[in-house]
Design a protein around this ligand. Sequence first.
Ligand SMILES: [Zn+2]
Length: 173
Amino acid sequence: MPGVITFDGDCLIVLRRSLAKVAPEEGCALLIGHPPKSLDFRKQNVWLIKRIWPCCNVWAPEMLQEERSGELENILSDQNEATRVHLSKLNRFALDPKEQLKAQKWARANYLQVLGVAHSHPDGDAVPSLIDLKWGLSPGLMLILDKYGTMGAWWKSDEKRLRAVSISGLDKK
Ligand SMILES: [Zn+2]
């Protein structure tokens, strides 16, 4: 688990820009950086993000069928009609597996690795939604840009355990 996330160069600017570009739809990107153990300052367990890999949000209603099973059905039915989540690209994202593969190959060729996934909540907070908890990778690093432009970082151990991770240099907008 990372202790601190830090961005190299203008990676944070690039990330904010690429996630915000597709608003009001959710944007997504992969975070590529140094394998944590290769860092000199590993005592703090700093994860350095060196490259943002913008991805298309390829979520489609056809994916709903496979998502709409088991626990998600419970999450959805727990909400009353007025606040019931209508799933669309406005509140869901999906990464293209082909893009993920490309990013992984590029990272490996450059002695880096894919460290996590970032996505935006154009109409929400920088906190993983119930759906994010259910489908995000675990264990894994998740960065979320909220409707105010605030970035939140989370480490998800499993579907239920989540820890906030601090981001250094967040003031550099
Ligand atoms: Zn989300």
